[in-house]
Design a protein around this ligand. Structure first.
Ligand code: SF4
Length: 394
């Protein structure tokens, strides 16, 4: 199944939906309750995915200053500033990629602060611009453990969201719709986990840079058959490659863990840099963030509350340290690279001593400075020097 086709169909359908008075579009954060929205008949658009497109195409370098000029600090999330700036300039990478004039107009915006609070500022801005309702899920954050009381709190908020959606759609939520959507999401996310696990093979058949592309459907099409079917095909292909010892990095000699956001505007050059150094980035916190194996179609709301609370970004330092150590073992990793993304401290885990703690436990670790979108915060020379020197010492 062709990845480009899957994404193209998704965006064209969204575009159609936004022009059809019979259909409704919801904007949702990337680790928000997309399953509830889909079960209630909404088409779902993910502004973070649009931010990543703005970053990967480097269009953001024209749009971020526009948002900065109207009062959004250069220090806050550069997905937000890229996206707000694109809106102010009236442009989108969807035009060049798919001939789509603009992002779909939202009928409602739903965010979840399980990842950060920037999404609240971002969605509130667009709710105001489009004169659409906005609904925020505010779960307990930075948890050592997920407790029953945390789950009950989020389930209550999901139920409130469902009441709002029911009013908009003029009908009650059908439990079987939610169960079906949750089941499809679970199947896709389990397959996504298996896709990433093929990188345990030596040599690995895929790299982190491949996975940042392959992850499109698990972000934007969770809860659909398309996502599940796409990962079935991809997994089969990767298993064949792993069995045949087809290396994503020919001559793979070092295996790396990547923590933090990708540098979207430098995916290709970074991928080439690691290749040239025979180092394969085989696992990452980022791509693993869309593994929700705890979804349970028989008990959809509590299991979704649990899975969305449990995510890495919403946990304390000890959990994060243990998590990375576990993956270092499972993927036979030689060293960890922390990307300290200037505008996303939420997804940068190098600032509170984690690299030192890993080093004390015998795991080599290094930090590079950069950003997810804003290339003014990133230096090709500095990063290459640090990465090459690090790989050399492993
Ligand atoms: S987690 Fe980081 S990149 Fe994602 S929306 Fe929040 S601040 Fe932006």
């Amino acid at each position: 199944m062709d990845m480009k086709r899957v994404m193209k169909d998704y965006f064209l359908d969204l575009d159609q939906a936004s022009k059809d008075p019979e259909r409704k579009v919801a904007w949702c954060t990337s680790v928000g309750p997309a399953e509830i929205l889909r079960a209630m008949g909404f088409e779902v658009f993910f502004p973070e995915n649009h931010g990543a497109m703005l970053g990967a195409t480097r269009v953001c370098m024209d749009t971020i200053p526009k948002a900065n000029a109207m009062g959004y600090s250069p220090d806050i999330c550069s997905y937000l500033t890229s996206d707000v700036g694109a809106y102010l300039k009236g442009i989108t990478p969807l035009t060049k990629a798919y001939g789509i004039e603009s992002v779909p107009r939202p009928d409602i915006l739903v965010y979840n602060t399980n990842q950060c609070k920037d999404v609240m500022h971002w969605f509130e801005y667009f709710a105001h611009e489009f004169d659409a309702p906005v609904f925020g899920i505010h779960p307990p954050t930075h948890l050592p453990e997920v407790e029953e009381s945390h789950i009950a709190d989020v389930v209550k908020q999901f139920e409130e969201l469902i009441r709002v959606l029911e009013k908009m759609q003029g009908r009650a939520m059908r439990r079987e719709d939610l169960q079906r959507t949750c089941a499809l999401s679970k199947q896709a996310t389990d397959l996504w986990a298996e896709v990433l696990e093929t990188a345990m093979a030596r040599p690995s058949p895929l790299t982190f840079f491949d996975s940042t592309i392959y992850m499109g459907p698990i972000v934007v099409l969770r809860g659909t058959k398309v996502a599940r079917d796409y990962y079935r095909v991809l997994l089969t292909d990767l298993k064949i490659r792993a069995a045949a010892k087809v290396a994503a990095v020919p001559g793979e000699s070092k295996r790396i863990y990547w923590d933090g956001m990708p540098v979207w505007g430098r995916l290709r050059s970074m991928s080439e840099l690691f290749k040239a150094n025979h180092a394969c980035v085989v696992a990452s916190t980022y791509c693993n963030s869309w593994i929700f194996t705890d979804f349970d179609p028989a008990d959809p709301l509590p299991s979704m509350a649990y899975a969305y609370l449990k995510i890495f970004i919403n946990r304390n330092d000890q959990y994060k340290e243990d998590y990375i150590r576990k993956l270092v073992n499972e993927y036979s990793i030689d060293g960890v690279i922390f990307h300290d993304a200037k505008t996303c401290p939420n997804n940068s885990n190098s600032q509170y001593n984690l690299p030192s703690r890993l080093r004390k436990g015998g795991i080599p670790a290094v930090i590079i400075n950069g950003d997810l979108c804003d290339l003014r915060c990133y230096s090709d020379e500095q990063s290459s020097t640090v990465i090459e020197a690090f790989v050399e010492t492993l």
